[in-house]
Design a protein around this ligand. Structure first.
Ligand code: NAD
Length: 490
């Protein structure tokens, strides 16, 4: 590298990872992968053909018993070695996240460091897959349950937190003794390939993990139709997740679906407004609002509504929009230029129907300005539809009960937050909010390796994280032993 060479000058090449080898796609196709902040070519990605996806499933199926039967101490050792491998790749993976998906430095670092934490945590989880003993009615009968790996699991991942979200699927599936085929998002294939690289460095046997970037319909079709794939773990939009769930039902595959959200942050009248604003800002402007858990609806009790709005706008105004590599940047680029049109449409529709645009509503190329709409009502599209950008809606309510009604007035049910010091009220709301996750005195955006992450209603089904993933990714089996001879009725 000469003095003038920067990471941006390097065009990377991403090959498929099948059966422990880095290979080109069978039909020789490649696609350009662009940096969303600069528009420059970041990488050239080989595309999986149908036969490549099939070979990935073949490999995962071939080694599934060997991996399932490996001593848990050895499996844990490989997970820990992979954590060390990732620790040595921190700068590289961080740079890929910045260059490929427009992540700011803190967001990229969150994904990488959480990945290390997850690998270490999963090495412990692998030793904690428990069954139970059961009482029985037959004399001398002893019964118990065991959990067995499912076999081959397929993972389909989104673009927004492409490393962390794909890692949660891969790492916990492997820890539970399954083999895996990952299809990363077409927007972030190189990030998916970094997962293969870290496991290769960690000494994972060939075939246990396969990563196949390629056309969603081609790769997805193979993964969905092959009966040897016993489970699909999907994170992405509700539209695609529902389609895949229908196909999975045809094949009787298990599914976990982590899908969209329109997450409420409730601010009650006693809240510390400065704190509430900081939580709200993080919850909508982190990664430009391209977060399933983003607080895209902020429901504020009337007595503090105007003061909250004023402080919120004043803070959001100070955020720098631009180059994600610049440490001062808070809001980087949207990964898709077309998303700006979607957001413009939501803003215009809301304004036409009486909302007040307090801030933003503009973009330069694919950099969308922090945007705050006030007085949003159910008639506006933005009340219900995901904008997946740095735009949020303020909704005024009379009291905590109305806040609850508005919070639940959505098809989604992923995350939620309640900012208050009145814990009685907070608990009462937390019990009744229709969401998989409720955070009291916190933003809606939070996740860790061991927690039960997931939603209800149109946000999905199943949970991801630690032992909750282990339960989803194993089959429960009931075994009985008859000691002595049982008496049969005839
Ligand atoms: P998307 O649904 O467009 O794509 C997700 C993945 O599905 C990609 O890998 C894509 O290639 C694949 N896909 C698309 N069509 C397919 C098909 N026919 N067969 C097989 N695979 C197919 O979602 P996106 O735009 O990448 O991500 C944004 C969405 O994801 C938002 O709705 C967001 O809320 C949601 N999301 C949810 C969570 C969660 O944990 N609940 C986390 C992150 C993102």
């Amino acid at each position: 590298m000469n003095d003038k060479t920067t990471p941006r000058d390097l065009v990377r090449e991403g090959k498929l990872f099948i059966d422990g080898e880095w290979v080109a796609g069978a039909d020789g196709k490649t696609l350009p992968d662009y940096n969303p902040a600069t528009g420059e070519l970041f990488a050239t990605i080989h595309q999986a053909a149908r036969s490549d996806a099939q070979r990935a499933v073949d490999a995962a199926h071939r080694v599934k018993d060997e991996w399932a039967d490996m001593l848990v101490s050895k499996r844990a050792e490989i997970l820990l070695a992979s954590a060390d491998a990732l620790a040595a790749m921190v700068d590289d993976v961080r740079d890929v996240l910045i260059e490929e998906s427009g992540s700011t430095v803190p967001k990229a670092m969150f994904e990488v460091m959480s990945g290390i934490d997850l690998l270490r945590s999963a090495a412990g989880d692998a030793r904690h897959i428990f069954g139970e003993t059961l009482p029985h009615s037959a004399q001398g009968q002893f019964g118990f349950t065991i959990r067995r790996p499912l076999g081959v699991i397929a993972g389909i991942a989104p673009f927004n937190a492409p490393f962390w979200l794909a890692m949660k699927k891969v790492v916990l599936a492997l820890a539970a003794g399954n083999t895996f085929v990952l299809k990363p998002s077409e927007e972030t294939p190189m990030t998916g390939l970094k997962i293969a690289e870290l496991f290769e460095r960690g000494g994972l046997p060939a075939g246990v993990l396969n990563v196949v970037p390629g056309p969603a319909d081609v790769v997805g079709d193979v993964l969905m139709r092959d009966p040897r794939v016993r489970m699909l773990t999907f994170t992405g939009s509700t539209r695609v997740g529902r389609q895949l769930a229908v196909e999975a039902a045809r094949q009787m595959k298990k599914v976990t679906l982590e899908m969209g959200g329109k997450n409420p942050l409730i601010v009650l009248r006693d809240a510390d407004l400065d704190y509430a604003v900081r939580a709200a800002c993080f919850g909508i402007f982190f990664h430009q609002g391209q977060v399933c858990m983003a607080n895209s609806r902020i429901i504020v009790e009337a007595p503090v509504y105007d003061a909250f709005a004023e402080t919120f706008v004043a803070r959001a105004k100070t955020y720098k929009v631009g180059d994600p590599r610049d440490p001062a940047t808070v809001v980087g680029p949207l990964i898709r230029r077309t998303q700006c049109g979607v957001i413009d449409g939501h803003v215009q529709d809301a304004v036409d129907k009486g909302a007040r645009l307090l801030l933003g509503g503009t973009h330069h190329e694919n950099f969308y300005a922090p945007t705050i709409l006030a007085d949003v009502t159910p008639q506006m599209r933005i009340y219900e539809e995901e904008s997946f950008g740095p735009v949020t809606s303020l909704i005024r309510v009379a009291d905590a009960e109305e806040a609850l009604r508005v919070a639940n007035d959505t098809a989604y049910g992923l995350s939620s937050g309640i900012i208050t010091n009145d814990l009685q009220k907070a608990f009462s709301l937390a019990m009744r909010i229709e969401a998989g996750m409720v955070h009291i005195n916190d933003t809606t955006v939070t996740d860790e390796p061991h927690v039960p992450f997931g939603g209800t209603k149109m946000s999905g089904m199943g949970r991801e994280g630690g032992r909750y993933s282990m339960e989803e990714m194993t089959e429960l089996k009931w075994i009985t032993v008859q000691m002595g001879q049982r008496q049969f009725p005839f």
